[in-house]
Every structure is written in C-alpha cells, then in structure tokens.
Write a protein that binds this ligand. Structure first.
Ligand code: HEC
Length: 155
C-alpha cells in the first residue's frame, strides 16, 4: 500500500505540472500573436461617410479663419488625428486593382494629416492651412483615380 503511494503521488504531481505547463504555453502563444487588425464589415461608401466626412466638414469650418482659442485648436488637432489614423486604416481596405496607388494616396493623406496635427499643436495657422490643403489634394487624388472624380473636396 505504502509503495503504491510512493509511485502514485509523484505521478499525479508530475501529470498536474505537465497539464499546467501546457496551458501556460498556450496562453503565452496567444500573447505572442497580437490580435490582427480586422476591418469592420462596411463598404467604402459607408466607411468614408462614417469616418471621413464629419471631420472633413468640421475642419473646413474650423480652418476657414485662424482658430480663436485653445479650444478651437484642440478641435483641429482631434479631427486631424482622426483623418490621419483613418488614412492608416485605408491600408486595410486595398482594392484588388491598383493597390499600390491606393496605398500611396493613403500614406500621403496620413502624413499630411500628421503635419496638420503638428501645426495645430504649435497653433501655427499658416502651416496648418498649408497641411490641410495638401491633405485634401491627396484625398482628391484618390477620389479622382478610384471614384471617377466624384467628391472633389474643396478646402
Ligand atoms: C485611398 C483612397 C482614398 C483616400 C486617400 C481618401 N478617400 Fe475619400 N473616398 C474614397 C472612395 C473610394 C470613395 C467613394 C466611396 C463610395 O461611395 O463608393 C470616397 C468617398 C469620400 C467621401 C464621400 C462619402 C459619401 O458620403 O458619399 C468623402 C466625404 C470622403 N471620401 C472624404 C475623404 C477625405 C476627407 C479624405 C482625406 C483626408 C479622403 N476621403 C481620402 C477613397 C479615398
């Protein structure tokens, strides 16, 4: 009886340790693979309307003249960031044809959005206006190529 316990107890402990380490390993593997960026299931029309239209309309008003106070600049920073990061997300929505051009316009739009954010942080109206107009040029370049020139946005 005693000799059985001598074998059984270590065997159970060893099995337990094995089970624990394999579940630990599974958890560690899950951590190693970060969750992928998965686009929400909407078409391009709804994506542009939902993500890009509102910040564009707000910026058009906010940058028509120099923002008067910190709150005005803060609103510009927020919309610049939404459009810059929104442009990053365009890279997850490449079309089958001309994907390289799509990416080029998306990256250019993102970088101008980042410039606009920087200028707004410095409360530099001249630089902000310049980055804003440049950003819209990149938005429009994509609209020209992939949308037959519909939605040409005016600054
Ligand atoms: C990489 C390509 C691409 C870039 C860059 C891009 N767009 Fe678009 N955009 C599209 C496409 C494609 C459509 C047409 C979607 C449709 O109706 O099928 C569109 C449509 C729109 C529309 C019309 C939405 C509606 O209600 O019909 C607005 C507004 C818009 N884009 C704003 C912007 C702004 C602002 C930027 C730049 C900050 C931008 N887009 C950059 C591809 C792009």
């Amino acid at each position: 009886m005693r000799s059985l316990a001598v074998f059984t107890v270590p065997a159970v402990l060893a099995l337990g340790a094995l089970a624990l380490s394999s579940s630990d390993r599974a958890r560690a593997e899950e951590k190693e693979k970060p969750p992928a960026l998965v686009p929400v299931d909407v078409n391009m029309h709804d994506f542009m309307e939902g993500m890009f239209q509102a910040p564009y309309r707000r910026l058009k008003v906010a940058l028509a003249a120099e923002p008067k106070d910190a709150g005005g600049w803060k609103a510009v920073r927020s919309d610049a960031l939404i459009l810059a990061e929104g442009s990053n997300l365009l890279l997850t929505r490449k079309p089958k044809a001309d994907a390289e051009l799509w990416s080029k316009h998306s990256v250019a739009s993102r970088d101008s959005g980042a410039e606009l954010l920087k200028a707004a942080k410095a409360k530099d109206y001249t630089a902000a206006r310049k980055a804003y107009v440049a950003m819209l040029d990149h938005c429009n370049a994509c609209h020209k190529k992939f949308e037959d020139g519909k939605h040409i946005l005016a600054p």
